[in-house]
Design a protein around this ligand. Structure first.
Ligand SMILES: [Fe+2]
Length: 483
């Protein structure tokens, strides 16, 4: 393996015992380019062509208050596959906040778990007191990688091949862009939403393949909400107003405390793709972090996602002292997300819904060529009890109800694993899941390819350093890398 190391960034982070700054969440500060990666098992297939991009949180400065892993500075890790070869590189996302703290040599903003008055500068996005780290999500649109922040922020552009920072997207509105903008690979459009603490509390937008914003519509909500993800079909986008959001009374004192508002239903807003009247549906109360796919079926819209059975969990009892609340809200086994299907009838206004599986699953992926259309295969991750760490993959055949799983050995943790279609694929599941593994037993990281049809690991490739765990990722085939 050949490694080129870039000049180090300025850091003031010292020793810590924080559970989300140690172990598999130890921040990585090194930026590298690496070639001739060592293949540990199998061979790099010649029928995979494109890039896997993964966003992670890596705090470079000592926190001003109580660190939450979603406060960490965004870093994009990339592996590129071409002609049976693989290269790796990683870069921090140079957000305005990151650059200001590099100049200051210290943290200027508090985080999600901090009270009012912690930040030394006005913050960004819906919360208003946080640094926009762009560390939550990443998609590829119009030939550019777009990194976004879960509390809404700028849309930070990077070259998906070189990871060069390209500045912010002009199409992002003043209220910012939430994590989980969606790219329709068929039309080249990017669909997005944002949310805020001022009326109308939400907007929905569309950006065309050339980067021009063509739709921007207010979505009237009864108050500030905390949506995290959206879904789309061929003709509609699906937004949500779920009964888990900031306590209104505390919000007046600038305290951001999330509550389950008992007695309120979940509400789903179905809006025509390019704007128009919103049709609202009610459903069982829950919170949903992530949707899978959605599609139209006659008069109905079908939506799959992960229904949380316990969205506001009690503090985790065996957590390190002082971290019980934070760790419960990061522990899938505390909030219990289940694979779930909602059906919204556009003619009758009725909702029907139910679980598709009783296991605790989240962070789902599917073949993006089927986005917005009827699909058959979904890929979820399992999580280590007590921790925001993925310890296996599950494949579902949604037609037959069959499923297959790949559990990882203790101490090996995966990243979100999108589907990469095989060159010349005919079947929906003809391709690979791509994931970065953190091996805590060896102190190393690697990339694994899972043959999605046979559902087994077929290739393992060594990476030049150990990654920190993080949040979202994306696969972009070669055609997606061109504007
Ligand atoms: Fe997310």
């Amino acid at each position: 393996m050949k490694i080129e190391r870039l000049p180090p960034v300025v850091t003031s982070l010292g020793h810590t015992n924080h559970p989300y700054m140690t172990g598999a969440w130890t921040p990585q500060h090194e930026e590298v380019n690496a070639w001739d990666l060592e293949v540990l098992e199998g061979a790099i297939p010649t029928d995979i062509d494109g890039v896997y991009l993964r966003n992670t949180e890596n705090p470079v400065h000592a926190p001003l208050g109580r660190y939450h892993p979603f406060d960490g500075d965004g870093m994009v890790h990339q592996i590129e596959f071409k002609d049976g070869q693989a290269t790796y590189r990683n870069r921090f996302i140079r957000t305005r906040g990151f650059e200001a703290e590099q100049e200051a040599g210290e943290s200027l903003w508090g985080g999600l778990a901090d009270g009012p008055g912690t930040s030394k500068r006005p913050g960004f996005g819906a919360h208003g007191g946080l640094k926009d780290t762009a560390s939550t999500d990443i998609v590829v649109h119009g030939g550019e990688a777009i990194a976004t922040f879960y509390q809404c922020g700028e849309a930070y552009r990077l070259d998906p091949l070189t990871l060069e920072n390209l500045g912010v997207a002009a199409w992002a509105p003043l209220d910012g862009v939430s994590a989980h903008p969606k790219v329709d690979e068929e039309t080249g459009e990017l669909l997005f939403f944002n949310y805020s603490k001022h009326a109308p509390y939400m907007h929905y937008g569309v950006v065309d393949a050339s980067g021009k914003r063509t739709t921007y519509q207010a979505i009237d909500l009864p108050g500030p909400r905390l949506p995290h993800d959206m879904a789309f079909t061929k003709n509609y986008s699906i937004l949500n107003d779920l009964p888990v959001f900031w306590d209104q009374t505390l919000l007046e004192r600038d305290i951001h405390a999330v509550r389950l508002h008992k007695g309120m239903p979940s509400r789903f807003g179905i809006v025509p793709r390019h704007g128009g009247p919103v049709q609202w549906f009610e459903a069982a109360p829950t919170y949903v972090l992530h949707w899978l796919n959605a599609y139209e079926d006659g008069d109905e819209i079908v939506l799959d996602g992960y229904f949380q059975e316990n969205p506001t969990p009690r503090p985790l009892e065996d957590a390190p002292e002082g971290h019980g609340h934070l760790m419960a809200y990061l522990d899938e086994h505390s909030f219990r997300p289940k694979l779930h299907r909602w059906r919204f009838n556009l003619k009758t206004g009725e909702t029907t819904e139910g679980h598709l599986d009783e296991r605790i699953l989240e962070f789902g992926m599917f073949n993006q060529q089927y986005a917005g259309k009827p699909y058959r295969y979904a890929y979820s991750t399992t999580a280590k009890p007590g921790w925001f760490l993925f310890n296996g993959f599950v494949k579902h055949d949604l037609e037959t109800g069959e499923s297959w799983s790949i559990p990882l050995p203790e101490g090996r943790y995966a990243s979100e694993a999108p589907f990469a279609p095989r060159i010349g694929a005919v079947d929906e599941d003809d391709g690979y899941l791509v994931s970065f593994i953190i091996d805590e037993n060896r102190g190393t990281s690697e990339c694994v390819l899972v043959d999605a049809k046979r559902f087994e690991v077929v290739c393992r490739i060594a990476l030049p350093h150990k990654l920190s765990s993080g949040t979202h990722s994306v696969w972009a085939g070669r055609a997606m890398l061109r504007a």
